[in-house]
Design a protein around this ligand. Structure first.
Ligand code: AMP
Length: 329
């Protein structure tokens, strides 16, 4: 069975884009592969989070993933900073990562442009830590979005380089995990292409029904179709993409017909969309609250996750140390 590793950002609430674009696939994937999901709290330090937030952010994200259906009895879910082996392998792998290649990565260039006052070394070697997260579990597959392509490429490069330098086959060369079927892209409701945290247009799984209603009713529309079977503009198409995700096929068909016959009332469409999003998110929101207040369950979950992840990670690290030439007296 193939081993899959996926990192999870430790900041921010999950929105519908995260759910339909990633987590829904993960929930399925966990039954098909040997999955490792980790919350990347060391990575978050590059942005200097306040100490009061660090733990709560991890707890929040963990609760949200579990509420969506990531099952700790099926997948291995752990907190990155619970695995000290990652830190040691990161140190070792940094010796074979070159400053020039790290400076050239798009994500680094992007970050220094956005935060010129905080160009720290952790930011530069971020791809090394990312590679180690993957390689330490000897992953064959990594589910990556388009924006993460380069990071996977770096992981492949570092794996090959280590294997070549020492003439070994320690690390499998990881590949992108191909989800069956098309990857959905969830649009924003502001007429824009993508729902995202930084875009400020997210409908969050944790949003209260009233908030969801408000967001949906504010969605950008146009003045309505004037010709039968007219092509939909992007803003209307976006509403239908969302409807497709949360409503029944009958509902989608009903509104499509209304659009095609120029009888659609966007107010009705939005009301239905809001209602269906609320129906979809409400049970998840309830589970998030339940899980987030169940410290015993969370403690057990990360403990078991860390044990499983460390068992694997310590084997890889031991092999790497031996290959590099460390010996005990
Ligand atoms: P982020 O935390 O924004 O980097 O998102 C994590 C993952 O969620 C991404 O790598 C995508 O797989 C998925 N994702 C985020 N936003 C969307 C979206 N609007 N549509 C589809 N998938 C998304």
């Amino acid at each position: 069975m193939e081993t899959v590793v996926s990192g999870i950002r430790s900041t921010g609430h999950l929105h519908l884009g995260n759910y339909f674009g990633a987590i829904k696939n993960f929930v399925k994937m966990q039954h098909e592969s040997n999955c490792y999901f980790f919350i990347a709290d060391w990575h978050s330090l590059t942005t200097h989070p306040h100490p009061d937030d660090l733990h709560n952010n991890v707890k929040k994200v963990l609760s949200e993933y579990l509420a969506c259906g990531i099952d700790p009895d099926v997948a291995t879910i752990y907190v990155q900073s619970d695995i000290p082996e990652i830190a040691e392998l990161y140190l070792l792998m940094n010796m074979n990562a070159y400053v020039g290649e790290l400076e050239r990565t798009t994500s680094f260039k992007d970050k220094i442009r956005k935060h010129p006052d905080n160009i720290n070394a952790g930011l530069l070697s971020y791809p090394v830590l990312m590679a180690v997260d993957i390689l330490i579990q000897k992953a064959n597959k990594v589910p990556v979005g388009k924006d993460q392509d380069q990071n996977l490429e770096m992981a492949r490069k570092f794996a090959k380089r280590f294997n070549n330098i020492y003439d070994v086959n320690l690390f499998p060369i990881p590949e992108a995990y191909g989800f069956k079927g098309e990857m959905v892209k969830i649009p924003g409701l502001d007429g824009s292409g993508k729902m995202g945290k930084s875009e400020g247009n997210g409908i969050y799984l944790f949003d209260e029904p009233k908030e969801i209603q408000k967001k949906v009713m504010r969605a950008v529309t146009d003045s309505g179709p004037t010709q039968m079977n007219q092509k939909m503009p992007e803003s209307i198409n976006n509403l239908f993409t969302l409807l497709d995700a949360v409503s029944t096929p009958d509902t989608v068909e009903y509104f499509k017909e209304k659009y095609n016959s120029c009888e659609i009332r966007y107010g009705d469409l939005k009301k239905q969309l809001a209602e269906d999003i609320i129906n979809f998110t409400t049970p998840i929101r309830k589970r998030i609250i339940e899980i987030n207040s169940n410290d015993e369950f969370l403690r057990r979950t990360v403990k078991i996750g860390a044990e499983k992840a460390r068992e694997n990670a310590s084997k890889t690290l031991k092999e790497a140390r031996k290959i590099i030439g460390f010996k005990s007296f």
